[in-house]
Design a protein around this ligand. Structure first.
Ligand code: ADP
Length: 164
């Protein structure tokens, strides 16, 4: 049987412990998990794609079947290029579902073999989002419970630079 490859796409601006939880869960189900940072110019990001990829790489260095990449354009084209047909998305609360359902339906329309698998994080991560982490960091509050050490460091230097 060929290896089952799953792609976990997202903005990851920055990656949080909630994302890491989902990556670990996906690794229990699939042979390889490719975390794919989307290079979507329509959204305003704090970190560049390279910075986001670098922070994820450092954060998942202990997970040997996890890889990190980036893509611009359609997710389905990226999936095909990686010979993957599974998309992983995390669901925190029911209100996430509205948007996720539309995305999954669109991706299936564009590539009928694609399956989107939704995973629930541990309940301690339910209220965690990249935007919340950025707000907290901007206010100078410790982000250690929410992100890995490399991300904590990157946030600190980003906001220190901004305060200058
Ligand atoms: P996007 O802009 O694509 O939503 P995000 O980086 O915000 O990118 O999220 C990527 C995926 O991770 C989404 O499926 C999102 O629901 C999920 N996610 C984000 N934060 C968490 C969390 N704390 N727990 C579980 N899943 C999460």
């Amino acid at each position: 049987m060929p290896a089952m490859i799953a792609v976990y796409p997202g903005s990851f601006d920055p990656v949080t412990r909630g994302h890491i939880d989902i990556i670990e869960r996906a690794l229990r189900l699939f042979d390889r998990v490719i975390v794919a940072v989307s290079n979507n110019y329509a959204k305003k990001h704090l970190f560049t794609v390279q910075e986001r990829v670098g922070m994820i790489r450092e954060s998942v260095s202990g997970l040997d079947r996890a890889e990190v990449g980036s893509f611009s354009g359609l997710l389905v084209d990226y999936l095909k290029s990686k010979k993957a047909r599974v998309v992983i998305r995390g669901l925190r609360v029911i209100s996430d579902m509205d948007y996720e359902f539309q995305m999954a339906a669109m991706n299936r329309r564009l590539y009928r073999d694609v399956e989107t698998v939704f995973l629930m994080p541990d309940e301690q991560h339910t209220y965690l989002s990249s935007s919340m982490v950025k707000e907290v960091a901007r206010m100078g509050i410790a982000v250690k419970p929410f992100v890995t050490a490399p991300v904590e460091k990157a946030l600190r230097s980003k906001f220190r630079a901004a305060a200058r």
